[in-house]
Design a protein around this ligand. Structure first.
Ligand SMILES: Cc1cc2nc3c(=O)[nH]c(=O)nc-3n(C[C@H](O)[C@H](O)[C@H](O)COP(=O)(O)OP(=O)(O)OC[C@H]3O[C@@H](n4cnc5c(N)ncnc54)[C@H](O)[C@@H]3O)c2cc1C
Length: 535
Protein backbone atom coordinates (compact mmCIF):
# COMPACT_ATOMS: atom_id res chain seq x y z
CA UNK A 1 0.00 0.00 0.00
CA UNK A 2 1.31 3.44 -0.92
CA UNK A 3 1.68 6.44 1.32
CA UNK A 4 1.07 9.95 0.08
CA UNK A 5 2.83 13.05 1.32
CA UNK A 6 1.15 15.81 3.25
CA UNK A 7 -1.42 14.62 5.75
CA UNK A 8 0.30 11.27 6.06
CA UNK A 9 3.62 12.76 7.12
CA UNK A 10 4.84 11.25 10.37
CA UNK A 11 7.31 12.18 13.06
CA UNK A 12 9.23 8.91 12.83
CA UNK A 13 9.34 6.59 9.84
CA UNK A 14 11.05 3.26 10.42
CA UNK A 15 12.28 1.13 7.52
CA UNK A 16 12.48 -2.59 8.30
CA UNK A 17 10.27 -4.88 10.40
CA UNK A 18 13.04 -6.97 11.95
CA UNK A 19 13.80 -7.23 15.65
CA UNK A 20 15.38 -3.72 15.61
CA UNK A 21 12.68 -1.92 13.59
CA UNK A 22 9.86 -3.40 15.66
CA UNK A 23 11.50 -2.17 18.85
CA UNK A 24 12.17 1.29 17.36
CA UNK A 25 8.54 1.57 16.26
CA UNK A 26 7.40 0.60 19.74
CA UNK A 27 9.74 3.00 21.54
CA UNK A 28 8.96 5.96 19.26
CA UNK A 29 5.22 5.43 19.59
CA UNK A 30 5.46 5.05 23.38
CA UNK A 31 7.40 8.33 23.44
CA UNK A 32 4.41 10.02 21.82
CA UNK A 33 5.69 10.44 18.27
CA UNK A 34 3.46 9.68 15.29
CA UNK A 35 4.95 6.65 13.59
CA UNK A 36 4.91 4.43 10.52
CA UNK A 37 7.00 1.54 9.30
CA UNK A 38 7.66 0.26 5.79
CA UNK A 39 9.02 -3.19 5.07
CA UNK A 40 10.08 -4.78 1.80
CA UNK A 41 8.90 -8.25 2.82
CA UNK A 42 5.31 -9.37 3.10
CA UNK A 43 5.55 -9.97 6.81
CA UNK A 44 7.20 -9.29 10.15
CA UNK A 45 10.56 -10.72 11.20
CA UNK A 46 13.41 -9.41 9.04
CA UNK A 47 16.09 -12.13 9.20
CA UNK A 48 13.48 -14.50 10.64
CA UNK A 49 11.06 -13.76 7.81
CA UNK A 50 13.50 -14.25 4.96
CA UNK A 51 15.74 -17.12 6.20
CA UNK A 52 13.27 -20.01 6.09
CA UNK A 53 15.77 -22.57 4.87
CA UNK A 54 15.81 -26.03 6.45
CA UNK A 55 17.70 -25.92 9.74
CA UNK A 56 17.60 -22.11 10.19
CA UNK A 57 18.05 -21.56 13.90
CA UNK A 58 19.40 -19.22 16.58
CA UNK A 59 22.98 -19.28 17.77
CA UNK A 60 21.87 -16.97 20.59
CA UNK A 61 19.90 -18.43 23.49
CA UNK A 62 16.25 -17.72 22.66
CA UNK A 63 15.39 -15.90 25.91
CA UNK A 64 18.51 -13.73 25.67
CA UNK A 65 17.56 -12.69 22.12
CA UNK A 66 13.97 -11.91 23.18
CA UNK A 67 12.77 -8.42 24.09
CA UNK A 68 13.25 -7.44 27.71
CA UNK A 69 11.24 -4.22 27.81
CA UNK A 70 8.17 -5.96 29.24
CA UNK A 71 8.31 -8.60 31.94
CA UNK A 72 4.74 -9.58 31.08
CA UNK A 73 5.79 -10.28 27.49
CA UNK A 74 8.78 -12.27 28.72
CA UNK A 75 6.51 -14.34 31.00
CA UNK A 76 3.90 -14.90 28.32
CA UNK A 77 6.18 -16.43 25.72
CA UNK A 78 7.52 -19.87 26.52
CA UNK A 79 10.44 -20.60 24.21
CA UNK A 80 10.46 -24.30 23.42
CA UNK A 81 14.20 -24.71 22.93
CA UNK A 82 17.32 -23.02 24.20
CA UNK A 83 18.11 -22.18 20.57
CA UNK A 84 14.84 -21.68 18.72
CA UNK A 85 14.34 -22.52 15.07
CA UNK A 86 13.22 -19.91 12.53
CA UNK A 87 9.48 -20.75 12.70
CA UNK A 88 9.32 -20.14 16.45
CA UNK A 89 11.23 -16.86 16.21
CA UNK A 90 9.01 -15.62 13.40
CA UNK A 91 5.94 -16.54 15.49
CA UNK A 92 7.41 -14.72 18.48
CA UNK A 93 8.05 -11.49 16.57
CA UNK A 94 4.53 -11.60 15.14
CA UNK A 95 3.20 -12.14 18.66
CA UNK A 96 5.07 -9.04 19.88
CA UNK A 97 3.73 -6.94 17.01
CA UNK A 98 0.14 -7.99 17.75
CA UNK A 99 0.50 -7.91 21.53
CA UNK A 100 1.53 -4.23 21.32
CA UNK A 101 -0.81 -3.36 18.45
CA UNK A 102 2.03 -2.33 16.15
CA UNK A 103 0.79 -3.92 12.92
CA UNK A 104 -1.53 -1.04 12.11
CA UNK A 105 1.52 1.21 11.65
CA UNK A 106 3.19 -1.19 9.23
CA UNK A 107 3.11 -1.39 5.46
CA UNK A 108 4.49 -4.55 3.87
CA UNK A 109 5.75 -5.17 0.34
CA UNK A 110 7.10 -1.61 0.38
CA UNK A 111 10.67 -1.57 -0.97
CA UNK A 112 12.32 1.80 -0.32
CA UNK A 113 14.12 2.98 -3.44
CA UNK A 114 14.82 6.63 -2.55
CA UNK A 115 15.05 8.83 0.54
CA UNK A 116 15.82 12.54 0.20
CA UNK A 117 16.44 15.20 2.82
CA UNK A 118 14.77 18.57 2.33
CA UNK A 119 16.69 21.14 4.36
CA UNK A 120 14.04 23.87 4.10
CA UNK A 121 11.29 21.83 5.74
CA UNK A 122 13.61 19.58 7.76
CA UNK A 123 11.95 16.42 6.52
CA UNK A 124 12.76 13.23 4.64
CA UNK A 125 10.73 12.09 1.66
CA UNK A 126 10.86 8.36 1.23
CA UNK A 127 9.78 6.71 -2.00
CA UNK A 128 8.85 3.07 -2.44
CA UNK A 129 9.14 0.89 -5.52
CA UNK A 130 5.37 0.89 -6.01
CA UNK A 131 5.50 4.66 -6.47
CA UNK A 132 4.24 5.57 -3.02
CA UNK A 133 5.94 8.12 -0.82
CA UNK A 134 5.86 9.30 2.75
CA UNK A 135 7.27 12.35 4.45
CA UNK A 136 8.86 12.03 7.86
CA UNK A 137 10.62 14.31 10.28
CA UNK A 138 12.93 11.53 11.44
CA UNK A 139 13.95 8.54 9.36
CA UNK A 140 15.20 5.36 11.04
CA UNK A 141 16.60 2.72 8.73
CA UNK A 142 16.53 -0.55 10.66
CA UNK A 143 17.43 -2.44 7.53
CA UNK A 144 19.85 -4.96 9.00
CA UNK A 145 23.46 -5.89 8.29
CA UNK A 146 22.63 -9.31 6.85
CA UNK A 147 19.57 -8.56 4.76
CA UNK A 148 20.96 -8.36 1.20
CA UNK A 149 21.80 -11.86 -0.02
CA UNK A 150 24.95 -12.27 -2.07
CA UNK A 151 25.24 -14.76 -4.91
CA UNK A 152 28.64 -14.90 -6.63
CA UNK A 153 28.71 -14.17 -10.30
CA UNK A 154 28.94 -17.77 -11.53
CA UNK A 155 28.21 -18.20 -15.24
CA UNK A 156 25.13 -20.15 -16.24
CA UNK A 157 22.99 -19.57 -13.15
CA UNK A 158 19.95 -18.84 -15.27
CA UNK A 159 20.48 -21.97 -17.35
CA UNK A 160 19.79 -24.31 -14.43
CA UNK A 161 16.52 -26.19 -14.94
CA UNK A 162 16.19 -27.44 -11.37
CA UNK A 163 15.23 -25.52 -8.25
CA UNK A 164 17.66 -22.96 -6.79
CA UNK A 165 17.32 -20.54 -3.89
CA UNK A 166 19.54 -18.40 -1.70
CA UNK A 167 19.14 -19.29 1.99
CA UNK A 168 18.35 -15.63 2.73
CA UNK A 169 15.41 -15.61 0.30
CA UNK A 170 14.01 -19.04 0.98
CA UNK A 171 10.38 -19.46 -0.17
CA UNK A 172 7.50 -19.87 2.25
CA UNK A 173 6.40 -23.16 0.66
CA UNK A 174 8.77 -25.94 1.68
CA UNK A 175 11.18 -26.99 -1.07
CA UNK A 176 10.80 -30.70 -1.67
CA UNK A 177 14.22 -32.31 -1.33
CA UNK A 178 13.16 -35.85 -0.57
CA UNK A 179 14.97 -38.31 -2.81
CA UNK A 180 16.60 -35.53 -4.81
CA UNK A 181 20.20 -34.60 -5.57
CA UNK A 182 21.00 -31.50 -3.61
CA UNK A 183 24.01 -29.18 -3.91
CA UNK A 184 24.79 -26.82 -1.03
CA UNK A 185 27.21 -24.07 -2.04
CA UNK A 186 28.85 -22.40 0.96
CA UNK A 187 29.78 -23.74 4.39
CA UNK A 188 29.32 -20.79 6.73
CA UNK A 189 26.58 -20.57 9.37
CA UNK A 190 23.63 -21.14 7.01
CA UNK A 191 25.18 -23.79 4.75
CA UNK A 192 26.24 -26.02 7.63
CA UNK A 193 22.72 -25.81 9.11
CA UNK A 194 21.17 -26.87 5.78
CA UNK A 195 23.50 -29.86 5.40
CA UNK A 196 22.59 -31.34 8.77
CA UNK A 197 18.87 -30.63 8.28
CA UNK A 198 18.44 -32.32 4.89
CA UNK A 199 21.00 -35.12 4.96
CA UNK A 200 18.49 -37.81 5.96
CA UNK A 201 15.96 -37.13 3.22
CA UNK A 202 18.03 -36.42 0.12
CA UNK A 203 19.32 -38.98 -2.38
CA UNK A 204 22.68 -37.26 -2.80
CA UNK A 205 24.23 -34.27 -1.09
CA UNK A 206 27.18 -32.38 -2.54
CA UNK A 207 28.71 -29.80 -0.22
CA UNK A 208 30.73 -27.17 -2.11
CA UNK A 209 33.31 -25.69 0.24
CA UNK A 210 35.51 -22.69 -0.59
CA UNK A 211 37.00 -22.50 2.90
CA UNK A 212 36.31 -24.61 5.96
CA UNK A 213 35.00 -22.99 9.14
CA UNK A 214 35.65 -23.61 12.82
CA UNK A 215 32.35 -25.37 13.54
CA UNK A 216 31.62 -26.50 17.08
CA UNK A 217 28.46 -28.05 18.58
CA UNK A 218 25.43 -25.84 19.29
CA UNK A 219 24.33 -28.22 22.07
CA UNK A 220 20.69 -27.27 21.76
CA UNK A 221 17.93 -28.92 23.81
CA UNK A 222 14.34 -28.30 24.90
CA UNK A 223 13.76 -25.96 27.83
CA UNK A 224 12.44 -27.98 30.75
CA UNK A 225 9.49 -26.89 32.91
CA UNK A 226 11.90 -26.18 35.77
CA UNK A 227 14.04 -24.01 33.55
CA UNK A 228 10.95 -22.13 32.33
CA UNK A 229 10.00 -21.40 35.93
CA UNK A 230 13.54 -20.32 36.78
CA UNK A 231 13.70 -18.00 33.78
CA UNK A 232 10.54 -16.26 34.95
CA UNK A 233 11.68 -16.03 38.53
CA UNK A 234 15.09 -14.68 37.52
CA UNK A 235 13.88 -12.15 34.94
CA UNK A 236 15.31 -9.10 36.71
CA UNK A 237 18.66 -10.77 37.22
CA UNK A 238 18.81 -11.98 33.59
CA UNK A 239 17.91 -8.50 32.36
CA UNK A 240 20.63 -6.97 34.52
CA UNK A 241 23.23 -9.35 33.11
CA UNK A 242 22.12 -8.87 29.50
CA UNK A 243 21.87 -5.09 29.80
CA UNK A 244 25.46 -4.86 30.92
CA UNK A 245 27.24 -7.85 29.36
CA UNK A 246 29.98 -7.09 26.86
CA UNK A 247 28.57 -9.38 24.20
CA UNK A 248 24.90 -9.21 25.19
CA UNK A 249 24.99 -12.86 26.27
CA UNK A 250 24.40 -14.25 29.77
CA UNK A 251 27.56 -16.35 29.64
CA UNK A 252 30.06 -16.11 32.48
CA UNK A 253 33.32 -14.39 31.57
CA UNK A 254 36.46 -16.42 32.18
CA UNK A 255 39.42 -14.45 33.48
CA UNK A 256 41.97 -17.29 33.05
CA UNK A 257 44.51 -17.27 30.24
CA UNK A 258 45.14 -20.44 28.24
CA UNK A 259 48.65 -20.97 29.57
CA UNK A 260 47.63 -20.34 33.20
CA UNK A 261 46.53 -23.98 33.07
CA UNK A 262 48.81 -26.99 32.61
CA UNK A 263 48.14 -29.02 29.42
CA UNK A 264 45.79 -31.59 31.04
CA UNK A 265 43.67 -28.92 32.72
CA UNK A 266 43.56 -26.96 29.47
CA UNK A 267 42.38 -30.05 27.61
CA UNK A 268 39.71 -30.66 30.24
CA UNK A 269 38.58 -27.04 29.97
CA UNK A 270 38.36 -27.28 26.17
CA UNK A 271 36.19 -30.40 26.61
CA UNK A 272 33.94 -28.29 28.84
CA UNK A 273 33.79 -25.62 26.16
CA UNK A 274 33.02 -28.20 23.46
CA UNK A 275 30.06 -29.40 25.55
CA UNK A 276 28.86 -25.85 26.34
CA UNK A 277 25.93 -24.15 24.60
CA UNK A 278 26.43 -21.98 21.49
CA UNK A 279 28.58 -18.88 21.73
CA UNK A 280 29.96 -19.81 25.17
CA UNK A 281 32.89 -21.28 23.29
CA UNK A 282 33.63 -17.73 22.19
CA UNK A 283 32.53 -15.68 25.19
CA UNK A 284 33.52 -17.96 28.12
CA UNK A 285 36.68 -19.40 26.63
CA UNK A 286 40.13 -18.42 27.89
CA UNK A 287 40.29 -14.63 28.03
CA UNK A 288 43.21 -14.52 25.59
CA UNK A 289 41.73 -16.91 23.03
CA UNK A 290 41.29 -14.09 20.50
CA UNK A 291 44.39 -12.11 21.36
CA UNK A 292 47.18 -14.64 21.94
CA UNK A 293 47.88 -16.55 18.71
CA UNK A 294 49.40 -19.42 20.70
CA UNK A 295 46.24 -19.76 22.85
CA UNK A 296 44.10 -19.59 19.71
CA UNK A 297 46.23 -22.29 18.07
CA UNK A 298 45.73 -24.62 21.06
CA UNK A 299 41.94 -24.27 20.78
CA UNK A 300 42.07 -24.75 17.00
CA UNK A 301 44.17 -27.90 17.45
CA UNK A 302 41.60 -29.19 19.93
CA UNK A 303 38.76 -28.62 17.43
CA UNK A 304 40.82 -30.19 14.62
CA UNK A 305 41.26 -33.27 16.82
CA UNK A 306 37.50 -33.46 17.32
CA UNK A 307 36.90 -33.24 13.56
CA UNK A 308 39.44 -36.01 12.93
CA UNK A 309 37.66 -38.09 15.57
CA UNK A 310 34.21 -37.64 14.03
CA UNK A 311 34.90 -37.84 10.29
CA UNK A 312 35.92 -41.35 9.25
CA UNK A 313 37.67 -40.53 5.97
CA UNK A 314 41.00 -38.89 6.90
CA UNK A 315 41.20 -36.91 3.64
CA UNK A 316 37.72 -35.44 4.14
CA UNK A 317 38.48 -34.66 7.78
CA UNK A 318 41.59 -32.68 6.80
CA UNK A 319 39.61 -30.71 4.24
CA UNK A 320 37.04 -29.80 6.89
CA UNK A 321 39.72 -28.27 9.12
CA UNK A 322 40.28 -24.57 8.38
CA UNK A 323 43.75 -23.61 7.23
CA UNK A 324 43.16 -20.01 6.13
CA UNK A 325 41.97 -18.38 9.35
CA UNK A 326 42.17 -18.72 13.11
CA UNK A 327 39.22 -19.28 15.43
CA UNK A 328 37.17 -16.09 15.70
CA UNK A 329 38.58 -14.39 12.62
CA UNK A 330 35.31 -15.35 10.95
CA UNK A 331 32.04 -15.79 12.76
CA UNK A 332 32.17 -19.42 13.92
CA UNK A 333 29.15 -21.56 12.98
CA UNK A 334 27.44 -23.78 15.55
CA UNK A 335 26.32 -27.19 14.37
CA UNK A 336 24.46 -30.37 15.21
CA UNK A 337 25.38 -33.38 13.08
CA UNK A 338 27.34 -31.44 10.46
CA UNK A 339 30.63 -33.33 10.57
CA UNK A 340 28.77 -36.63 11.06
CA UNK A 341 26.99 -36.05 7.73
CA UNK A 342 30.27 -36.66 5.89
CA UNK A 343 30.29 -40.28 7.10
CA UNK A 344 27.18 -40.99 5.04
CA UNK A 345 27.80 -42.66 1.68
CA UNK A 346 25.60 -40.23 -0.25
CA UNK A 347 27.42 -37.09 0.99
CA UNK A 348 30.41 -35.65 -0.91
CA UNK A 349 32.62 -32.74 0.03
CA UNK A 350 33.64 -30.81 -3.08
CA UNK A 351 36.69 -28.71 -2.23
CA UNK A 352 36.55 -25.59 -4.39
CA UNK A 353 40.20 -24.79 -3.72
CA UNK A 354 41.14 -27.86 -5.76
CA UNK A 355 38.27 -27.89 -8.22
CA UNK A 356 36.63 -24.46 -8.56
CA UNK A 357 33.17 -24.07 -10.07
CA UNK A 358 33.39 -23.30 -13.77
CA UNK A 359 29.69 -22.75 -14.38
CA UNK A 360 26.19 -23.85 -13.59
CA UNK A 361 24.73 -26.08 -16.29
CA UNK A 362 21.13 -26.98 -17.09
CA UNK A 363 21.44 -30.09 -14.97
CA UNK A 364 24.02 -29.41 -12.33
CA UNK A 365 27.33 -27.81 -11.43
CA UNK A 366 30.48 -28.03 -13.51
CA UNK A 367 33.78 -27.80 -11.67
CA UNK A 368 37.24 -28.14 -13.14
CA UNK A 369 36.87 -31.88 -12.36
CA UNK A 370 33.69 -32.24 -14.43
CA UNK A 371 29.94 -31.92 -14.00
CA UNK A 372 28.05 -33.09 -10.93
CA UNK A 373 24.29 -33.45 -11.40
CA UNK A 374 21.88 -31.61 -9.09
CA UNK A 375 18.11 -31.20 -8.82
CA UNK A 376 18.29 -28.48 -6.17
CA UNK A 377 20.98 -25.84 -5.62
CA UNK A 378 21.13 -24.12 -2.23
CA UNK A 379 23.10 -20.88 -2.42
CA UNK A 380 24.43 -20.44 1.12
CA UNK A 381 26.80 -17.75 -0.08
CA UNK A 382 26.20 -15.04 2.49
CA UNK A 383 25.28 -11.39 2.37
CA UNK A 384 26.51 -7.95 1.40
CA UNK A 385 27.34 -7.40 5.05
CA UNK A 386 27.08 -4.16 6.97
CA UNK A 387 26.23 -1.52 4.41
CA UNK A 388 24.45 -3.61 1.74
CA UNK A 389 20.89 -2.49 2.51
CA UNK A 390 21.64 1.15 3.31
CA UNK A 391 23.58 1.72 0.12
CA UNK A 392 20.74 0.33 -2.00
CA UNK A 393 18.07 2.75 -0.79
CA UNK A 394 18.98 5.85 -2.75
CA UNK A 395 19.64 7.92 0.40
CA UNK A 396 20.53 11.55 -0.29
CA UNK A 397 21.34 13.98 2.49
CA UNK A 398 22.02 17.72 2.60
CA UNK A 399 22.78 19.26 -0.83
CA UNK A 400 21.72 16.00 -2.48
CA UNK A 401 24.89 14.18 -1.38
CA UNK A 402 24.46 10.44 -1.91
CA UNK A 403 25.23 8.17 1.05
CA UNK A 404 27.34 5.96 -1.22
CA UNK A 405 29.58 8.96 -1.91
CA UNK A 406 29.85 9.94 1.76
CA UNK A 407 30.76 6.32 2.52
CA UNK A 408 32.87 5.72 -0.59
CA UNK A 409 35.76 4.47 1.59
CA UNK A 410 33.51 2.57 3.98
CA UNK A 411 31.07 3.75 6.63
CA UNK A 412 31.85 6.71 8.89
CA UNK A 413 29.43 7.07 11.80
CA UNK A 414 28.91 8.25 15.32
CA UNK A 415 27.92 5.36 17.64
CA UNK A 416 26.74 3.50 14.56
CA UNK A 417 23.56 5.58 14.70
CA UNK A 418 24.19 8.72 12.62
CA UNK A 419 26.45 10.11 9.92
CA UNK A 420 27.18 13.79 9.30
CA UNK A 421 25.45 15.57 6.43
CA UNK A 422 22.39 13.35 6.83
CA UNK A 423 20.32 15.15 9.47
CA UNK A 424 17.50 13.28 11.21
CA UNK A 425 18.63 9.96 9.73
CA UNK A 426 19.40 7.15 12.18
CA UNK A 427 20.41 3.57 11.51
CA UNK A 428 20.37 1.26 14.57
CA UNK A 429 21.62 -2.24 13.84
CA UNK A 430 23.49 -0.93 10.80
CA UNK A 431 27.21 -0.53 10.18
CA UNK A 432 29.34 -0.07 13.32
CA UNK A 433 26.78 -2.00 15.37
CA UNK A 434 25.97 -5.57 16.14
CA UNK A 435 28.85 -6.97 18.11
CA UNK A 436 27.52 -10.12 19.80
CA UNK A 437 23.91 -10.91 20.60
CA UNK A 438 22.29 -8.48 18.18
CA UNK A 439 19.04 -7.38 19.86
CA UNK A 440 20.87 -6.27 22.97
CA UNK A 441 23.31 -3.99 21.15
CA UNK A 442 20.77 -2.81 18.56
CA UNK A 443 18.33 -2.18 21.41
CA UNK A 444 20.93 0.04 23.15
CA UNK A 445 21.08 2.10 19.97
CA UNK A 446 17.28 2.32 19.67
CA UNK A 447 17.07 3.46 23.30
CA UNK A 448 19.74 6.07 22.68
CA UNK A 449 18.02 7.38 19.53
CA UNK A 450 14.65 7.59 21.25
CA UNK A 451 16.15 9.43 24.22
CA UNK A 452 17.88 11.82 21.82
CA UNK A 453 14.63 12.56 19.96
CA UNK A 454 12.84 13.16 23.26
CA UNK A 455 15.66 15.45 24.36
CA UNK A 456 15.43 17.43 21.11
CA UNK A 457 11.65 17.72 21.40
CA UNK A 458 11.87 18.83 25.03
CA UNK A 459 14.21 21.66 23.96
CA UNK A 460 12.05 22.72 21.01
CA UNK A 461 14.32 21.28 18.31
CA UNK A 462 13.34 19.16 15.36
CA UNK A 463 16.59 18.78 13.45
CA UNK A 464 19.35 16.59 14.88
CA UNK A 465 22.71 16.13 13.23
CA UNK A 466 25.92 14.67 14.53
CA UNK A 467 28.96 16.93 14.28
CA UNK A 468 31.72 15.87 11.87
CA UNK A 469 34.15 15.92 14.83
CA UNK A 470 32.13 13.38 16.82
CA UNK A 471 31.81 11.19 13.75
CA UNK A 472 35.52 11.37 13.10
CA UNK A 473 36.37 10.54 16.71
CA UNK A 474 34.12 7.47 16.82
CA UNK A 475 35.20 6.17 13.41
CA UNK A 476 38.86 6.65 14.32
CA UNK A 477 38.26 4.65 17.51
CA UNK A 478 36.82 1.81 15.40
CA UNK A 479 39.68 1.90 12.89
CA UNK A 480 42.18 1.89 15.77
CA UNK A 481 40.49 -0.93 17.64
CA UNK A 482 40.19 -2.95 14.43
CA UNK A 483 43.89 -2.46 13.69
CA UNK A 484 44.88 -3.46 17.23
CA UNK A 485 43.08 -6.78 17.17
CA UNK A 486 44.84 -9.51 15.22
CA UNK A 487 41.41 -10.31 13.89
CA UNK A 488 40.50 -6.88 12.59
CA UNK A 489 41.28 -7.22 8.95
CA UNK A 490 39.75 -10.56 8.13
CA UNK A 491 37.39 -10.69 5.16
CA UNK A 492 34.02 -11.28 6.76
CA UNK A 493 34.13 -8.30 9.12
CA UNK A 494 35.20 -5.92 6.38
CA UNK A 495 32.82 -7.18 3.70
CA UNK A 496 35.67 -9.00 1.91
CA UNK A 497 33.29 -11.37 0.12
CA UNK A 498 31.88 -8.59 -2.05
CA UNK A 499 34.00 -7.73 -5.10
CA UNK A 500 34.96 -4.06 -5.20
CA UNK A 501 33.70 -3.25 -1.71
CA UNK A 502 36.05 -0.96 0.29
CA UNK A 503 37.75 -3.02 2.98
CA UNK A 504 36.94 -1.24 6.21
CA UNK A 505 35.79 -2.64 9.52
CA UNK A 506 31.99 -2.83 9.55
CA UNK A 507 31.26 -3.66 13.18
CA UNK A 508 32.00 -1.66 16.29
CA UNK A 509 35.43 -3.09 17.05
CA UNK A 510 35.29 -1.31 20.44
CA UNK A 511 32.28 -3.41 21.41
CA UNK A 512 29.49 -2.60 23.81
CA UNK A 513 31.73 -1.07 26.52
CA UNK A 514 32.82 1.69 24.11
CA UNK A 515 29.20 2.29 23.16
CA UNK A 516 28.15 2.58 26.82
CA UNK A 517 31.08 4.88 27.61
CA UNK A 518 30.38 7.20 24.69
CA UNK A 519 26.64 7.32 25.37
CA UNK A 520 27.35 8.32 28.97
CA UNK A 521 29.68 11.04 27.70
CA UNK A 522 27.06 12.32 25.25
CA UNK A 523 24.44 12.54 27.96
CA UNK A 524 26.88 14.16 30.43
CA UNK A 525 27.76 16.83 27.89
CA UNK A 526 24.10 17.58 27.16
CA UNK A 527 24.30 15.98 23.70
CA UNK A 528 27.16 18.24 22.58
CA UNK A 529 28.07 15.71 19.87
CA UNK A 530 24.92 16.79 18.04
CA UNK A 531 23.85 20.06 16.47
CA UNK A 532 20.23 20.61 17.41
CA UNK A 533 18.20 23.19 15.52
CA UNK A 534 14.66 24.06 14.54
CA UNK A 535 12.80 24.64 11.30
C1 LIG B 1 20.48 -17.05 9.26
C2 LIG B 1 20.83 -16.03 10.28
C3 LIG B 1 20.91 -16.37 11.62
C4 LIG B 1 21.21 -15.42 12.58
N1 LIG B 1 21.29 -15.79 13.88
C5 LIG B 1 21.55 -14.86 14.81
C6 LIG B 1 21.63 -15.20 16.20
O1 LIG B 1 21.48 -16.35 16.60
N2 LIG B 1 21.90 -14.20 17.08
C7 LIG B 1 22.09 -12.92 16.71
O2 LIG B 1 22.31 -12.07 17.55
N3 LIG B 1 22.01 -12.57 15.40
C8 LIG B 1 21.76 -13.50 14.46
N4 LIG B 1 21.70 -13.13 13.14
C9 LIG B 1 21.86 -11.72 12.77
C10 LIG B 1 20.48 -11.09 12.56
O3 LIG B 1 20.47 -10.47 11.34
C11 LIG B 1 20.11 -10.16 13.70
O4 LIG B 1 20.02 -10.89 14.90
C12 LIG B 1 18.76 -9.45 13.59
O5 LIG B 1 17.84 -10.19 12.86
C13 LIG B 1 18.92 -8.10 12.99
O6 LIG B 1 17.67 -7.49 13.06
P1 LIG B 1 17.40 -6.15 12.28
O7 LIG B 1 15.99 -5.78 12.56
O8 LIG B 1 18.45 -5.16 12.62
O9 LIG B 1 17.62 -6.53 10.76
P2 LIG B 1 16.86 -7.58 9.85
O10 LIG B 1 16.28 -8.67 10.67
O11 LIG B 1 17.79 -7.94 8.76
O12 LIG B 1 15.65 -6.74 9.25
C14 LIG B 1 15.85 -5.73 8.31
C15 LIG B 1 14.59 -5.57 7.49
O13 LIG B 1 14.74 -4.42 6.67
C16 LIG B 1 14.10 -4.67 5.44
N5 LIG B 1 14.66 -3.82 4.40
C17 LIG B 1 15.95 -3.78 3.97
N6 LIG B 1 16.07 -2.90 2.96
C18 LIG B 1 14.84 -2.39 2.73
C19 LIG B 1 14.31 -1.45 1.81
N7 LIG B 1 15.08 -0.84 0.88
N8 LIG B 1 12.98 -1.15 1.86
C20 LIG B 1 12.18 -1.74 2.79
N9 LIG B 1 12.64 -2.65 3.69
C21 LIG B 1 13.94 -2.97 3.66
C22 LIG B 1 14.39 -6.13 5.17
O14 LIG B 1 13.45 -6.68 4.28
C23 LIG B 1 14.33 -6.74 6.56
O15 LIG B 1 13.08 -7.30 6.81
C24 LIG B 1 21.43 -14.08 12.17
C25 LIG B 1 21.36 -13.74 10.82
C26 LIG B 1 21.08 -14.70 9.88
C27 LIG B 1 21.02 -14.29 8.44
Amino acid sequence: MAFSPGPEAVDVLVIGAGVTGIYQLFRAREAGFSVALVEAGEGVGGTWFWNRYPGARFDSESYTYAYLFSEELFDQWEWQEHFAGQPETERYLNHVVDRFDLRRHMRFGAVVTAASWDDASGTWTVTTKDGGSVRARFLVTATGVLSVPYVPDVPGRDDFRGVQHHTGRWPAEPVDMAGRRVAVIGTSSSGVQVVAAVVDEVAALDVYQRSANWCTPLNNRPITADEQARLRADFEQLKKVLDTSIHGFHHPINDRRAFDDPPEARQAFFEEMWASPGFMKFTSNYVDILTDPAANAEWCEFIAGKIRGIVHDPGTAERLIPTDHRYGEKRPPYVAGYFEAFNRPHVTLVDLRDTPIVRITETGIETTAGERPADVIVWATGFDFGTGAMLRMGIRGRDGVALEDHWADGPVTFLGVQTSGFPNLFFPGGPHAAAGNNPRYNGDQVDFITDLLEHARAHGHDVVEVTPEAEERWTAMIDRAAAETPFGTIGQYVGGNIPGKPKRYLLNAGGRPKLFKEIARVVDTDYAAFDLSSR
